[in-house]
Design a protein around this ligand. Structure first.
Ligand SMILES: C[S@@+](CC[C@H](N)C(=O)[O-])C[C@H]1O[C@@H](n2cnc3c(N)ncnc32)[C@H](O)[C@@H]1O
Length: 273
């Protein structure tokens, strides 16, 4: 297995590792956007449907077109979320659908850093908006506030110099407030603002922290999957020592994301299909 790739194939493993937290942060994001009811939404990189579900549960949408290039993730999302307003589509940021008059909102959760040219993705997203529509996105704060991954990579790098190169905190300079604001402003969005969103990520004991890293989906589990049994056991032991004196005790951590939003200028023309 190539441990440097970001693999998005196993929906159940993703849910176990990250989806349960991405569902919590998605709800915070919708609360921050505070959208009016009856919007038409386009979602980029919907994955297993965390943000899609938050839109349906909290934003009273008229319609949601939720796209992801992973066939497996879209199949998982279709199975787990059945809502009359939602249509799932296998499509990457470079092949987003259009809608006559434009969407009211184009959003993306925990995706932008995985796209090789985020500026092109933002341009495509902006071009799908109606004049005055909202573009908004969020990414984990891998460098600091995403604690369970921050601790994982810090400990992994103490044991293995390769780990530092795989650490999302190093790989994704976009995952900072100022970088996100600049990205949207450079692509012509107006009234751009950003803020931190934070959730609790409680683990009932050390095993419930460690087991999701064995699922193989996502950068850190892919890295764990590339290790020998001895190296994996050493990493597990060091993590346990770092996190808790008592392997049976709960571990309380938090996860922070940076969220950004901007408005498409009202003088824009939107091209229909
Ligand atoms: C960390 S997951 C986030 C999934 C979901 N939005 C969530 O909040 O749980 C990253 C997602 O980005 C998708 N992705 C990767 N490259 C992409 C691209 N070029 N365009 C759109 N989505 C992409 C992956 O397939 C994966 O579903």
């Amino acid at each position: 297995m190539d441990e440097t790739s970001d693999r998005w194939i196993a929906g159940d493993a993703y849910e176990h590792f990250m989806g349960r937290w991405s569902r919590r942060i998605a709800k915070e994001f919708i609360g921050w956007l505070n959208p009016p009811a009856s919007w038409d939404w386009l979602e980029v990189g919907c994955g297993t449907g965390a943000l899609t579900q938050a839109i349906c549960a909290n934003a009273h949408p008229s319609a949601v077109v939720a796209c992801d290039p992973s066939l497996e993730f879209v199949a998982f999302a279709r199975r787990s979320l059945s809502h009359p307003a939602v249509a799932f589509l296998v499509a990457g940021a470079d092949e987003l659908p259009r809608q006559e008059g434009g969407f009211d909102a184009v959003v993306s959760g925990l995706v932008l850093n995985f796209i090789p040219t985020p500026s092109e993705a933002i341009r495509s997203m902006r071009n799908r908006l109606r004049p005055g529509g909202a573009l908004a996105a969020y990414v984990w704060d891998y460098a600091e506030g995403m604690q369970f991954l921050r601790i994982f990579w810090d400990v992994a790098a103490e044991l293995d110099s390769r780990a530092a190169e795989l650490d999302e905190g190093q790989r994704f300079p976009l995952c900072h407030r100022d970088a996100l604001v600049e990205l949207l402003e450079c692509e012509g969005l107006e009234s751009v603002d950003a803020r931190a969103l934070e959730i609790d990520t409680p683990f009932s004991d050390f095993d419930s922290y460690w087991a999701p890293f064995l699922g193989g989906t996502g950068p850190a589990p892919s890295y764990v999957g590339s290790l020998s049994t001895t190296a994996r056991e050493e990493l597990k032991l060091r993590l346990r020592q770092r996190l808790t004196q008592d392997a049976g005790a709960p571990i309380h951590l938090t996860a922070r994301a940076w969220a950004v939003r901007g408005i498409a200028g009202v003088d824009r023309q939107v091209r229909a299909v």
